[in-house]
Ligand binder design. Structure first.
Ligand code: NDP
Length: 274
């Protein structure tokens, strides 16, 4: 790739960010579409991220993704934002900044890919976790299902997440088994399982045979939860789907073209290794 003064610059800001797979995904798509752009990972260490993101406006990036811990600051720093928590920033022709959150819609895209008939199968959802990703997924699913239950180590956070949805409920951590037994879709949205650090015996034996089990952790791709779910014959969905589809939606917001999810999966699976 030849970088010139005309090359558009995009990237991901977060702290830490060195582990991010987004550069592989977006640079692959940039190449697929022959776009004169480059996507980089930028560690963004800031005591006042809202102020500092606003200061970035003058640099004229074509677009940025935003990851922890700056998603709220990004939404607040933008001139307009579709949600209070943003993962995508776009510079407009007039120099203003727009913020978007593609996490929830990206999860739904991934779910439709993993279980095309999910809408007719899922009435009751259990989300394990109540952090930013859990809430984005809950908000996306809420209008499409009967109930969304959050079960979280810290009960107060589960209650806050549940209160944000018209059909949200909170379960105590001790009620995990009951939650698994009653759900048509279980979404693991905590950092448990990350790098194999699975501290839990997930109560999959209680699940209905028709249940769909999704894990949004993608390092490793096959978490203990997914491995056990597959062994029990349940529909399992890994965390790469959400990563790819939230990224694809961001890419389309920047460049107006929908990139190939299959190309991204091939590149990311190669990068993650066996
Ligand atoms: P947050 O920090 O906002 O939330 C973390 C969640 O994990 C909280 O619910 C927290 O519970 C829970 N948790 C952490 N450690 C433990 C533990 N030892 N036992 C039980 N619960 C625990 O993070 P995010 O919501 O942004 O991200 C959560 C995970 O999802 C991360 O692993 C992230 O990498 C992944 N992710 C994947 C995406 C994808 O595209 N596939 C997109 C976004 C995130 P508590 O409230 O009690 O602290």
């Amino acid at each position: 790739m030849k970088i010139t003064p005309a090359t558009q610059i995009l990237g991901i800001i977060g702290d830490p960010v060195a582990h991010s797979l987004s550069p592989i995904m977006h640079n692959g798509w940039i190449e697929d579409h022959g776009i004169d752009a480059v996507y980089v990972a930028l560690r963004f260490h800031s005591q006042d991220a809202e102020h500092d993101i606003r200061a970035l406006k003058g640099l004229g990036f074509a677009g940025l993704n935003v990851t922890l811990p700056h998603k709220q600051a990004a939404a607040a720093a933008a001139d307009r934002s579709e949600s209070e928590v943003a993962n995508t920033l776009r510079w407009e022709q007039d120099g203003t900044l727009s913020a978007f959150n593609t996490d929830g819609a990206g999860f739904l895209d991934a779910l439709a890919e993993a279980a095309p008939d999910w809408a007719s199968r899922v009435r009751r959802v259990l989300i394990v976790g109540a952090g930013g990703a859990a809430l984005a997924i809950g908000k996306a699913l809420s209008p499409r299902v009967e109930t969304v239950q959050f079960v979280n180590r810290t009960m107060a956070r589960a209650e806050t997440a549940a209160a944000a949805l018209a059909n949200g409920h909170a379960l105590r951590w001790g009620e995990l088994e009951r939650g698994f037994a009653g759900a048509d879709l279980i979404v693991q949205a905590t950092s448990l399982g990350l790098d194999g650090a699975d501290a839990l015996e997930w109560p999959l034996a209680q699940c209905q045979r028709s249940a769909i089990v999704a894990d949004i952790v993608y390092r490793p791709l096959e978490t203990q939860l997914l491995h056990t779910a597959r062994a029990r014959g349940l529909t399992a969905m890994d965390g790469l789907g959400m990563l790819i589809h939230q990224g694809a939606r961001a890419f389309e917001l920047w460049f107006g073209v929908a990139p190939s999810a299959a190309n991204a999966r091939a590149r990311l699976e190669a990068a993650l290794g066996p």
